[in-house]
Design a protein around this ligand. Structure first.
Ligand code: NAP
Length: 259
């Protein structure tokens, strides 16, 4: 199936590695001109070079912190009129909510809620005028099943989910869609380091912990950034214009509920 994305432009947050990179790879494969954003200049430049060389697509990297106004301005300067916006950044740290400080709360809300709200505010009307737009927010399976030690993440992502639900229908007739992708456990740097910490707390090896964690998922494995990226590319495709305001869970069957 051709996704009809040749010649489109995409701005992708948190894209030097992990899920954001998976989205960037899949969109570049479809001929999208991709702008990757991450804070570490060396990493984002290397990722842009590798993706460009592999796919032949136009790929540029921007070193910027999307949790800041300056960072978002730098990203939009490099990609002023994106047809596709993938909102993504690193997740907040785990912990007991009793220990969270106001600074920690503000950082989580800046990074995982307000950065997406602001990038949507700055790009949505242009997409609506041009009668094509695809916004995908990478949130978390924790929106459906909050994880007790991830209070900062649970709160910020649920806030974004509510915000998106409130605005998505406003632009649907203009062929602009806004959807959220909810990852369960994907095999990325972040997940590997979280598993390492949990293994240490339980006094078991990282390998043993990961093997047991994967077995608890009905698919008996973790997801890959590549398969996550392909779903993102489909949601951005010309075929997905009738899918909007949805929360799409990708978790290998881990969530046990019907809806
Ligand atoms: P990851 O492997 O840690 O990658 C995060 C990416 O975001 C990196 O490119 C990082 O590069 C960049 N980044 C972090 N903070 C940023 C910021 N403020 N501005 C711009 N770029 C930033 O993470 P991941 O596993 O792909 O996860 C992506 C998102 O999905 C996270 O929010 C995570 O909490 C969420 N999630 C992941 C899973 C999973 O299974 N992996 C499950 C549920 C939710 P720099 O550090 O250089 O900026």
């Amino acid at each position: 199936m051709k996704l009809g994305l040749e010649g489109r432009t995409a701005l992708i947050g948190g894209a030097s590695r992990g899920l954001g990179r998976g989205c960037a790879e899949a969109l570049a494969e479809e001929g999208v001109a991709v702008t990757l954003v991450a804070r570490t200049a060396e990493d984002v430049a290397r990722a842009a070079e590798e993706i460009g060389a592999r796919t032949g697509a136009k790929v540029q990297g921007v070193a910027a912190d999307l949790a800041t106004e300056e960072g978002r301005a730098a990203a939009l300067k490099a990609c002023p009129r994106p047809d596709i916006l993938v909102n993504n950044a690193g997740g907040p740290p785990p912990g007991n909510f009793r220990t969270y400080t106001r600074e920690m709360w503000l950082k989580a809300l800046d990074t995982n809620l307000l950065s997406a709200v602001e990038l949507i505010r700055l790009t949505l009307d242009g997409m609506a005028e041009r009668r094509f737009g695809r916004i995908v927010n990478i949130t978390s399976g924790a929106v459906k099943s909050p994880i007790p030690v991830l209070g900062l993440s649970n709160a910020a992502r649920s806030g974004l989910t509510g915000f998106v639900g409130g605005i998505a229908r406003e632009v649907a007739e203009r062929n602009v869609t806004i959807n959220n992708m909810l990852p369960g456990q994907f095999d990325t740097d972040r997940m590997r380091s979280a598993h390492g910490l949990m293994a240490k707390a339980q006094g078991v090896s990282s390998e043993a912990f990961r093997e047991a964690a994967a077995k608890r998922i009905p698919a008996h494995r973790f997801g890959t950034a590549a398969e996550f990226g392909k779903v993102c590319a489909f949601l951005c495709s010309e075929h997905a214009g009738f899918i909007t305001a949805q929360n799409i869970l990708l978790d290998g069957g881990a969530y046990p509920g019907l809806l």
